[in-house]
Design a protein around this ligand. Structure first.
Ligand code: SF4
Ligand code: SF4
Length: 462
């Protein structure tokens, strides 16, 4: 029997959905008024109610949606079931404390926040965002967040110390008992390698502005936590490409002495909304003046940069978000746009090699893959092939979590990992996402590159 649900105070801003349904029966993105939105939750409930139940999310053949359904072949792990369960929760069918219910936790458990549904579901169900709100409500009712999730969420705050932990990563690989102990105490899968930090980060030694040709445009390079501490060679490659094209590059940095900028992704995806909002506010303080001047803000890690265009709108941070969102582009989008405008002067040289490209889920969800194709097409003699893949399965910290390891690998085994294993050793691999590169390393024992590194290689070729 359903109980009358208490109204909930949402932590994210769902006001954009509040007018849904006010324009009669079904319209694009709206919901059928004959099916009332759940009783509690306001705009949040309406965002769940846009699921129309036609189950395109239970497709297994094209696109990204829905990787957990594809891997498990179980309706219980589809976008549709998540939406139905959330609607039941907000309708009082899951008890007085629906965000603590096992049914909701189970429904959400394998959602990897790939954003496939937001772009591929005919009604644009944004389950990744709906899930974050459910998680935030859960932590609020529990009075805190578990240690492992806290560790993952706060990665940007201790990232500068990660290099001192490389020893533990190496020890885990050599001594299985250490990996097993970490699994027992922290819930980190024993089969996983830990991310390895670079000896020297990128941002601490780079000038704030690198001047290009007098006539060239100014751009802003936004170096995320992962490129800064784990893969500074990627940030350097991007800078080399921008400098080779003559741009004056401003490196996005906070005031001297403050901790490095962070988009807030790790906090947001672990349901720590106040911390995500605090990081986003610091980011906007630095980036807004550049956006006001019309400068492009160029990012490297898809999930970090695209957070500025997407999830920042859910944080209730006002008008500055729109301006920064409009300026935010991934490197490949920026270069493709400059090429189309006949403004890109890069002396690419031949790389007579084959490259296999795996697109990050968020690149696919935001329509970035054509830009990848266009930019790679500028490199003479490079044979480019795109892997037809859904989510790699690592999905941020999902694949590191002991209870999710098997499903994470099943996602990778659907097509990405077998394709990589079948490739010759000479074949280059491109994966712009940090966690995609991690999954390929763990699952196929191959290293992959960021697009920026392949472009750098072409510029340096003899
Ligand atoms: S989530 Fe989207 S595709 Fe799946 S049943 Fe609902 S409306 Fe259809
Ligand atoms: S975000 Fe991805 S994993 Fe989650 S429901 Fe949507 S398609 Fe499925």
């Amino acid at each position: 029997m359903s109980e009358k649900p208490a109204q909930i105070k949402t932590q994210l801003d769902w006001s954009g959905y509040e007018s849904y349904g006010s324009f009669g029966s079904f319209d694009f993105g709206g919901f059928d008024e004959s099916e009332a939105a759940p009783a509690a939750g306001g705009g949040y409930a309406k965002a769940a109610a846009v699921c129309m139940g036609k189950r395109h999310c239970q497709n297994k053949h094209t696109g990204v949606m829905c990787p957990s359904y594809r891997a498990t072949d179980d309706e219980k792990h589809s976008t549709h079931h998540r939406a139905v369960t959330l609607k039941a929760a907000l309708d009082g069918e899951l008890g007085e404390h629906p965000f603590l219910s096992a049914a909701l936790a189970e429904a959400m458990e394998y959602c990897v926040s790939c954003k496939g549904c937001k772009s591929e579901c005919p009604h644009g169900v944004d389950m990744a965002l709906l899930r974050v709100e459910a998680m935030a409500q859960r932590w609020q009712q529990l009075g805190g967040i578990p240690l492992r999730e806290r560790l993952f969420a706060f990665t940007p705050r201790y990232a500068k110390h990660l290099k001192h932990l490389n020893l533990i990563g190496a020890l885990r690989l050599r001594v299985p008992l250490v990996a097993k102990a970490m699994q027992r105490w922290l819930g980190i899968a024993a089969q996983r390698s830990l991310p390895k930090a670079a000896a020297q980060d990128f941002l601490s030694s780079v000038p704030r502005t690198l001047f290009g040709n007098a006539a060239a445009r100014e751009v802003v390079l936004l170096v995320d936590t992962f490129s800064n501490h784990l893969d500074p060679q990627i940030a350097q490659a991007a800078l080399d490409v921008l400098q080779a094209a003559g741009y004056t590059a401003h490196i996005a940095q906070p005031a001297a002495g403050e901790r490095a900028l962070c988009c807030g992704r790790t906090f947001h995806s672990n349901g720590l909304i106040d911390e995500a909002r605090a990081e986003a506010t610091r980011m906007l303080d630095v980036l807004s003046p550049f956006a006001e001047r019309g400068l492009p803000i160029i990012g490297l890690e898809p999930s970090c940069l695209l957070m500025l265009r997407d999830e920042y709108h859910s944080l209730g941070l006002g008008e500055r978000v729109g301006k920064v969102a409009n300026a935010a582009v991934l490197l490949e989008e920026f270069l493709a746009r400059e090429h189309d405008a006949n403004r890109l002067g890069l002396p690419f040289r031949s790389i007579p090699e084959k490259v296999l490209v795996h697109g990050h889920c968020h690149q696919k969800a935001f329509g970035v893959m054509p830009a990848m194709s266009k930019v790679l097409g500028l490199v003479p003699d490079l044979q480019v092939e795109f892997i037809e893949s859904s989510c790699c399965g690592m999905a941020g910290s999902f694949g590191m979590e002991a209870e999710h390891y098997e499903v994470s690998m099943q996602m990778g085994e659907l097509s990405l990992l077998p394709t990589v294993r079948a490739a010759s050793e000479e074949t280059l691999l491109i994966a712009n996402g940090t966690s995609c590169r991690h999954q390929i390393r763990d699952g196929a024992a191959r290293e992959s590159l960021h697009l920026a590194q392949v472009l750098q290689r072409s510029l340096q070729a003899r």
